[in-house]
Design a protein around this ligand. Structure first.
Ligand code: BGC
Length: 751
């Protein structure tokens, strides 16, 4: 599927606005030729050599142990080796000192940049610009592949509806449609049109599946996923990435309904390979095969290897289950040689697709691909477009650079932390913080007093100096947030408010009477109910990466008009999670709420109404999915349908006029939502089905048009079948999931 004829190009090419790199001469390997090569190799391989290909280990440099294992044919892939010379030396061992000369594939978690760090994935989603995700992934691939990394463990397309889960940072948010679009863009960016060319990496769509549904937002925790929920919400982004040609998939750590993913035949054999017709390679997660012993579904490594091989996990990452047990399992007749051959075939196919047999080495003589000016510019624009303006009473933009600015707060000069989770290869001194950038922007009008040195700090003794400095400032820019280590894998929080003494510091700053712009840099949604009231404006930046400082400076001054929109709901308080826009109506939807402080003493039990909401938090999040302000305003007309009726195999277009009603140019995200009014199963009150980010001059009106095929209105019934049920559908176009304004009604009829 993803293998086309190798491109007939040689010499120098430029890929999508990036500087030229050498490409390989044209070859003519087709899918059939690759399969024939694999047949030939397989026929020569011993069982030991086959099992060796299924083993992935973490790098230990050009060490005696590695050299010994490679020469013995015991390693198919190495992760975490990022020094080009070492990569070449290890590869030489495989190419020259093994019987069959099968190259090793080197891999790494290049999640949101290798050296040039882009915003964390959830921040990239906040741009609502798939082209930026694609470009960032392309740049990551060019940087990482230049040291020999040809396989990244990205994108992560786990749907995340619980902000306590630290891995919210790594995905594209709560919505299956937005996540699908962004995941596909990342796959395209990493892999390009031809995976065999340098500058590309194989993508790894992860974690299959349901990982984001971990109970309580606690990492690795169990999940319970009924089929319709799995099918309608968790699987679609994986299907989209599989169909976009993601070369590999990774299984997840969690169990679904008691079955750990590493043993989940249904997911890997029935759905991924069976239903979706995908023929890539599946890697386990780190030691996830071995961890089936902890899950309590395998007695030992032998058992675990047996389960994983039958489930369709081709490569064992770091658990030593296959390398230690698979041979015995084959001799005992528990795992057939056909299964092993199929696993090895999938691994070898990946190596052929990557062109590793012909070009196993890194060319260390080429000019550096790191931090190219165009890469930094792309990181800057992505960070700018990922910033979400949550509130603004008019204090922004600052415009006049002559305003006296007090910069304060723990994230103002956090070279490490603004890069967020999974930035193993970033260099602190290449990161431009707000302090670095503001020095240029505001010059001698800038005063910097940190107040707090890191986000969890509870000692307020430094805050007095900040408060004192505020007296001389025209505006306070308070850089709050979370350190990188508070989100990401295994970094969940049960309290998702600003950590440490930050809110208290904000209270003290507020007491100065000076206008306050709060900027939050974090790895997840943060609850900001009080902070929203204390601040004159709030800008939310999911950890923005290398260029976060200049991006913020451009937004504050108004050089750039903020246009990020939330890819995930922001709760008022943690007790609301999981919270997401695409909920069901329930039998008792809320029209009016009596909140806790309004209830008279000794009020009757039913006097507060019997509808669905929290007495102390109401119903809605503080900021909903899709929300984001601008320095201008936009108006949306009622949506127009090309036809009021469509058949179950038909298609309509939905149009809406969007007008910039303010005084400056700005970009907005037009979002298409639908609701199936009456169906055989209760359906969500809104579902995103399309979006477009458009830039409008002041006063300009543009018509956005979405195509809505009936297939997008399908859902899974209780028999695991996809159905499109005739009936009425409501349609909205708006710039958030609030869907203000009147809906259009579309009638779907049997074809
Ligand atoms: C994570 C994966 C990651 C792998 C390799 C695991 O702990 O869950 O997302 O790709 O490690 O580093």
């Amino acid at each position: 599927m993803i293998i086309k004829k190798f491109r007939k190009i040689c010499g120098l090419v430029a890929i999508a606005g990036l500087s030229a790199i050498t490409t390989f001469p044209a070859m003519s390997a087709t899918d059939a030729e690759i399969e024939a090569n694999i047949d030939r190799l397989l026929s020569q391989m011993t069982l030991d050599e086959k099992v060796g290909q299924l083993n992935q280990l973490s790098g230990t440099g050009y060490s005696d142990g590695m050299i010994r294992d490679i020469r013995a044919g015991k390693i198919g892939s190495i992760l975490n080796e990022v020094d080009a010379e070492t990569v070449n030396k290890l590869q030489r061992e495989a190419m020259e000192n093994t019987r069959l000369h099968i190259p090793i594939i080197f891999s790494r978690d290049v999640i949101h940049g290798f050296k040039t760090i882009f915003p964390i994935p959830i921040g990239q989603a906040a741009t609502w610009r798939p082209e930026m995700v694609e470009q960032g992934s392309r740049i990551s691939a060019r940087e990482a592949s230049s040291v020999g990394v040809r396989w990244t463990f990205s994108p992560m397309v786990d749907i995340a509806r619980d902000a306590r889960w630290g891995r919210v940072a790594e995905g594209y948010g709560e919505d299956p449609y937005l996540t699908s679009v962004m995941g596909v863009a990342a796959v395209r960016g990493y892999q390009g049109d031809d995976l065999s060319q340098p500058g590309t990496m194989a993508a790894c769509t992860k974690h299959f599946c349901g990982y984001g549904a971990s109970e309580g937002g606690r990492d690795y925790n169990t999940t319970w996923l009924p089929r319709p929920l799995l099918r309608d919400v968790y699987l679609p982004p994986f299907e989209a990435c599989a169909k976009a040609g993601s070369a590999t998939f990774m299984c997840s750590f969690n169990d679904i309904n008691g079955v750990p993913s590493s043993a989940n035949k249904f997911l890997f054999r029935d759905v991924l390979r069976g239903e979706w017709g995908w023929n890539g390679m599946v890697v386990s997660d780190w030691n996830s095969i071995g961890e089936m012993i902890n899950h309590g579904v395998a007695a030992d490594k032998h058992d675990a290897a047996d389960l994983a091989a039958h489930a369709g996990i081709d490569m064992d990452m770091q658990a030593y289950c296959y390398i230690d047990e698979l041979k015995q399992l084959v001799s005992d007749g528990k795992v057939s040689i056909e299964i092993v051959d199929e696993m090895v075939r999938n691994v070898l196919r990946l190596k052929y697709r990557l062109g590793l047999f012909d070009h196993p080495y890194v060319d260390t003589t080429l000019p550096s691909q790191m931090y190219l000016p165009e890469s930094l510019e792309a990181a800057l624009h992505t960070a700018e477009e990922s910033a979400v303006l949550l509130t603004n009473n008019g204090v922004l933009p600052l415009g006049d650079k002559k305003v006296k600015v007090l910069l304060t707060g723990p994230m103002a000069d956090a070279h490490h932390d603004q890069n967020g989770t999974w930035s193993f290869d970033m260099e602190k001194d290449k990161t431009i913080t707000p302090l670095d950038a503001f020095k240029k922007t505001f010059g001698k009008n800038l005063t910097y007093v940190p107040g707090l040195t890191y986000s969890r700090q509870k000692d307020l003794s430094g805050v007095d100096a900040a408060v004192e400095a505020a007296a001389k400032a025209d505006v306070i820019i308070f850089l709050a947030g979370e350190e990188a280590v508070l989100s990401g894998e295994a970094h969940c929080r049960a309290d998702i408010s600003l950590p440490g003494a930050q809110t208290e510091m904000l209270r003290r700053l507020k007491a100065t009477g000076k206008p306050i712009v709060t900027v939050v840099m974090a790895g997840r949604p943060i609850t900001l109910p009080e902070e929203s009231k204390l601040s004159d404006a709030i800008i939310f930046m999911f950890h923005p990466g290398t260029m976060g400082g200049p991006a913020l400076a451009n937004i504050l001054t108004g050089k750039v008009n903020p246009s990020g929109h939330l890819p995930i709901s922001f709760p008022r308080m943690v007790g609301q999670v999981p919270i997401y826009y695409s909920v069901k109506n329930t039998g008792r939807p809320t029209t009016e709420m009596m909140l806790i402080d309004e209830i008279p003493h000794e009020a009757g039990q039913t006097s507060t109404g019997c509808t669905t909401f929290w007495l102390d938090a109401g119903l809605d999040p503080l900021y909903c999915f899709g929300y984001g302000l601008s320095y201008t305003t936009f108006e949306y007309s009622a949506p127009r349908l090309s036809a009021e009726e469509m058949t179950t195999d038909g298609e309509v277009t939905v149009s809406c006029d969007v007008t910039n009603t303010g005084k400056v140019e700005g970009a907005d995200v037009a979002q298409l939502y639908v609701r199936d009014v009456v169906a055989s199963l209760a359906r969500p009150i809104k579902q995103l089905k399309g979006f477009e980010k458009i830039t409008l001059a002041p006063g300009e009106t543009r018509t956005v048009t979405f195509t809505l095929p009936a297939s997008m209105l399908s859902f899974y019934d209780l028999d695991d079948k996809s159905v499109i049920e005739p009936g009425d559908f409501q349609i909205w176009v708006d710039n958030s999931s609030a869907c203000r304004g009147k809906a259009a009604t579309l009638r779907v009829v049997e074809k």
